[in-house]
Design a protein around this ligand. Structure first.
Ligand SMILES: *Cc1c(COP(=O)(O)O)cnc(C)c1O
Length: 376
């Protein structure tokens, strides 16, 4: 979609905020490597631009969920290491090798197939081996990990560049389960060292762990959310992160209605007074949750105004009675700040009983992104 000319809604991505957040991660982790997570279109911020920005900041790797996301980065000319964090399937092996992508691996059949393919083309493929220390999702049981890593390390077509695991609840104040996971991973790492198996990277820490354990364990960290300016921790933010995304949309129409007029589908809102109702060109197809019907708040001309009636697929109504001189064509802030007021994705998340992650990566690709403060 074109980012030039008229658009109904716009996402402004402040790359200076992403650089600022990256520097905070850097300050937390010192000289450890940083694998910047740019899956899900960089949490809605736009994978290519964000990956370019972070690459210039000096990342050790980029992390994506799927092969296709890695291929998109390669096609955009991004050359550095890219970890495919949910793994790959057997039929994706040729692309993994051709595009020098680094798969997460936890399956013997796939390991054998990857080794065979790599040897046929006289290549050595980097892999990271996933260990399940308590997430109950991907990875080998810790009991099976040593044997698997040893076998993989002996294969000619394979280079075990890393081992990793994932925390289940490092965002909680009670870190006892996280400590158990950490202990298991340390056990595996130390055992490998004793066996003389040298693996460059061992990694576990997501944003929550980076923020909790400032001196992060192991030698590579995997921040996602915090790079985009949000804290995954409950309660007080412990770092001055800057949200990078602002979402603005235009007033399509504004009209004065008398008291007793119903607004939108289901007639769930009825005006109690003479009101100014503004119709905005943003709806749930754009990623503005329908759960924000009669619940959301936006900022119009520096004032917080309520969403009234149901959020529609492409439109949403606000009560702009308290706002003077709002006109059709003008911008309203949906996520962001204006003057003293702000509405951020974590607030939208609270109102809809979810997390900022889901709000951010739910913002639709049909809204053009513009990038501010790029550094060439
Ligand atoms: C998404 C993801 C991350 C990043 O998590 P945040 O909480 O956003 O920092 C790290 N590691 C893995 C394996 C992930 O899937």
């Amino acid at each position: 979609m074109s980012t030039k000319g008229w658009s109904a809604s716009v996402i402004e991505v402040n790359l200076a905020a992403i650089r600022h957040n990256f520097k905070l991660v850097r300050r937390c982790v010192g000289r450890k490597g940083i694998l910047a997570v740019v899956k899900a279109n960089a949490y809605g911020h736009g994978n290519i631009e964000v990956a370019r920005c972070l690459t210039k900041m000096g990342v050790a790797m980029l992390g994506v969920a799927y092969l296709e996301e890695g291929l998109a980065l390669r096609e955009a000319g991004i050359e550095g290491p890219i970890l495919i964090m949910t793994g790959v399937s057997a039929d994706q092996i040729p692309e993994v090798v051709q595009y020098r992508l680094t798969p997460v691996l936890f399956d013997r059949t796939l390991l054998t197939a990857l080794n065979r393919y790599a040897r046929r083309y006289k290549k050595r493929v980097d892999i990271h081996i996933k260990i399940d220390t308590g997430m109950g999702r991907l990875g080998l049981a810790t009991e099976d990990a040593l044997d698997f890593v040893q076998k993989a390390a002996d294969l000619e077509g394979i280079h075990v560049e890393g081992i990793l695991t994932h925390f289940a609840d490092a965002d909680l104040a009670d870190l006892s389960f996280a400590e158990r996971q950490l202990g298991k991973m340390k056990g595996v790492w130390e055992h490998l060292r004793r066996e003389g198996i040298r693996i460059p990277y061992c990694h576990i820490a997501n944003s929550a762990a980076i923020m909790h354990y400032h001196a992060s364990p192991f030698n590579l960290v995997r921040p996602g959310l915090m790079l985009y300016g949000y804290s995954p921790l409950q309660g007080e933010a412990t770092l001055p992160l800057h949200p990078a995304m602002q979402l603005k949309t235009r007033v399509i129409s504004i009209k004065k209605v008398s008291a007793g007029v119903s607004i939108s589908y289901g007639r769930t809102f009825v005006t109690k007074r003479e009101s100014l109702i503004a119709t905005l060109s943003l709806g749930y197809a754009d990623g503005y949750p329908r759960l924000l019907s009669n619940r959301g708040v936006m900022i119009a001309k520096g004032r917080r105004v309520p969403v009234v009636g149901r959020v529609c697929m492409d439109m949403t109504m606000i009560d702009a009675t308290e706002v003077s001189d709002l006109a059709a064509g003008e911008w309203v802030t949906v996520i962001g700040s204006e003057g003293k007021e702000s509405v951020w994705a974590d607030e939208l998340a609270r109102w809809t009983d979810t997390i900022s992650y889901e709000i951010l990566c739910g913002i639709s690709d049909r809204i053009p992104r513009v990038y501010l403060h790029a550094m060439d």
